[in-house]
Design a protein around this ligand. Structure first.
Ligand code: ADP
Ligand code: 5GP
Length: 187
């Protein structure tokens, strides 16, 4: 039986990854989103087991030890990882799975899965707009915003290793562009 593929969506914090993936999921039946595990604190607008599996640092380290994660990375002093159980069954049932993850995780997926993964990097139109989006989202304090923007500069350097780079300027256009990429690549 045909297997599903992993579609990695990366890009700096605030570029619009979650927004874009939400739109993609609305229009496409055989796509699902992998829920990651993290040791970061839950934000006010987030729900456990919906946005992330929120766990302690110790529990996360146990999950690494037990080999329960397909990939994991540290971002801004917190752990983030993809539980294997989010992936295996779906792939075997020919469901394509979106992974919204940072670049270390993205590169590890590429190394592990080669052509069985499609990697797409979202870029902001410019840094001013990226800051505006993070500020307007209203979920991070000033210190965190500056840290995220600093990490963004490093992440953008890795974008050239991705299969596709898409500038998320107009949301509808971005969604269409990614749908076209997926159609072409997942024939
Ligand atoms: P990420 O998941 O990459 O951290 P979000 O999806 O949370 O980013 O988006 C950050 C903010 O930017 C949100 O307030 C969202 O509504 C806004 N946003 C997303 N895409 C666009 C776009 N194309 N144009 C303008 N604002 C956008
Ligand atoms: P946030 O704190 O904004 O939710 O996420 C911070 C960063 O961690 C984002 O770039 C997000 O895509 C990434 N991330 C979320 N889940 C995972 C995961 O399972 N693995 C990896 N490697 N990164 C993740």
């Amino acid at each position: 039986m045909k297997k599903g593929k992993l579609i990695v969506i990366s890009g700096p914090s605030g570029v619009g990854k979650d927004t874009v993936v939400k739109e993609l999921l609305k229009n496409n039946d055989n796509f699902e989103l992998s829920i990651s595990m993290t040791s970061r604190e839950k934000r006010l607008n987030e729900q456990d087991k919906v946005d992330y599996y929120f766990v302690s640092k110790e529990k996360f380290e146990k999950e690494i030890e037990n080999n329960n994660l397909l990939e994991w990375a540290k971002y801004n002093d917190n752990y983030y990882g993809t539980p294997k159980k989010e992936i295996e069954k779906r792939i075997n049932n020919n469901i394509n799975v979106f992974l919204v993850i940072e670049v270390v995780g993205g590169m590890n997926i590429k190394k592990m899965l080669k052509d069985d993964a499609l990697l797409i990097f979202l870029l902001p139109p410019d840094f001013k707009e990226l800051r505006n989006r993070i500020v307007n989202r209203n979920l991070d304090n000033e210190e965190n915003i500056n840290k995220r923007l600093k990490i963004a500069e490093e992440e953008i350097k890795v974008s050239k290793k991705y299969d596709y780079v898409v500038v998320n300027d107009d949301l509808n256009k971005t969604v269409k562009e990614i749908e076209n990429i997926i159609k072409k690549e997942l024939k």
